[in-house]
Design a protein around this ligand. Structure first.
Ligand code: ADP
Ligand code: GN1
Ligand code: MG
Length: 356
């Protein structure tokens, strides 16, 4: 089995004694493995990289190695718990390949933490946003060369929309008939696509996948400990990150909730989120970026909804699915959330103005 083979490849002292699947990401396969060393049990996180999604895993790992090294320098002694640490292979590389050609990497497991798939408290919203904001701040002086775009045009919403239009046109698996309302919603909201691109915002080093389960919180105190899932750290806009936080940390329902009555943007969670993000990014956000914080929430929620719908129409070729219609269910929650955010935009903007 691949996992057993790779446990021997990394520079880990100790004897492998078992692993469990870990987390609920839609792209990679993550395992938490236990090793015994001098009577103590030490955990490591092994990840099989989805190389259909990340077409250049070597370059992606080079990005991650550079980013984690930069964070380590900036964080100093705090780095062991507040930054991800890659475990090299026995040959000193950042990843290895198994007998099937899959790419694997390993991180130190950050103990005493957990991630949440859904937001539960205002404190969590504040903490997550503070951590992602701090992450951007620490990378504000990231030195050249420019990071590779691990997925080109990842948040280029007009191109995401064009991909949807092609999927509707092709209707490869004859599902368009099941998604008439969602297709109509998408087409009606097409003008949203250019909000951020038209604003001439500064390029920064950003995370690009700031959903709430991509930050580890302390199990006991709920304080943010570490930003994880660095595969899409690359040049981007600060608001891609804030937008995805609004998407995943202001609504208590799951991304794939079937009861759309549960999908609401909650002002209290938004206020905590904006407060956490502004606390950390005060020194560098421009007035234009600040003025588009709320709009970024609408946009990114729409964009991810468009991506789920595209994948549904293409036959579930990108995101992991666990039931029939899973991507359509996810698309529906996103589009409902777009409506909820859009309806509350004026009040959300007042909240931001008061915080500033
Ligand atoms: P994916 O790309 O599939 O989303 P992630 O890198 O987000 O994978 O990891 C999946 C889950 O594994 C996370 O949500 C988190 O709960 C857990 N995890 C990942 N890295 C670590 C780590 N270094 N220490 C502890 N838990 C981790
Ligand atoms: C994926 O890997 P994960 O589960 O953190 C996706 C994000 C989406 C998200 C939707 C590389 O994130 O872009 O916003 O699912 N990651 C990639 O839940 O496509
Ligand atoms: Mg993840």
């Amino acid at each position: 089995m691949s996992l057993e083979y790779i446990t021997g490849q990394f520079a880990i002292d100790g004897e492998f004694c078992g692993a469990e699947t870990w987390g609920s990401g839609h792209i990679n396969d993550t395992y938490r493995a236990a090793y015994q060393h001098h009577g103590a049990v030490i955990h490591y996180v092994h990840q099989r990289i989805n190389h259909h999604v990340f077409r250049n895993p070597e370059a992606m790992m080079d990005n991650i190695a550079r980013v984690t090294a930069h964070l380590k320098k900036k964080l100093g002694p705090r780095a062991a718990r507040h930054g991800l640490t890659l475990v090299p292979t026995r040959d000193g590389a950042a990843f290895c390949r198994d007998e099937d050609g899959n790419y694997w990497r390993t991180y130190h497991c950050i103990e005493g933490t957990r991630s949440y798939d859904t937001i539960q408290t205002t404190q969590q919203a504040f903490e997550a946003a503070r951590a992602f904001g701090e992450f951007q701040r620490l990378l504000a002086d990231f030195p050249p060369p420019r990071l590779l775009e691990t997925i080109p045009d990842f948040h280029h919403t007009p191109k995401r929309f064009a991909a949807l239009e092609r999927a509707i046109g092709a209707d490869a698996v004859h599902r368009a008939v099941n998604a008439k309302m969602e297709i109509q919603f998408a087409l009606e909201h097409k003008p949203l696509c250019n909000i951020l691109l038209d604003a001439n915002l500064p390029e920064r080093v950003t995370h690009n996948d700031t959903k709430i389960n991509n930050v580890l919180l302390d199990e006991k105190t709920n304080k943010a400990v570490c930003v994880i899932d660095l595969d899409t750290v690359m040049p981007g806009l600060a608001l891609y990150d804030f937008g995805d936080m609004v998407r995943t940390a202001t609504c208590r329902a799951a991304e794939d909730e079937r009861d759309l009555g549960k999908i609401h943007m909650e002002m209290e969670l938004f206020e905590a989120l904006a407060s956490g993000y502004l606390t950390a990014t005060n020194g560098f956000l421009t007035p234009t970026e600040r003025s588009l914080l709320v709009a970024s929430g609408t946009l990114i929620t729409f964009e991810i909804g468009v991506r789920f719908l595209t994948d549904y129409l293409q036959g579930d070729v990108y995101f992991k699915v666990h039931r029939d219609g899973h991507n359509l269910d996810r698309c529906r929650t996103q589009f409902r959330l777009v409506e909820s955010i859009a309806a509350q935009e004026p009040e959300m903007n007042r909240v931001v103005a008061n915080l500033a």
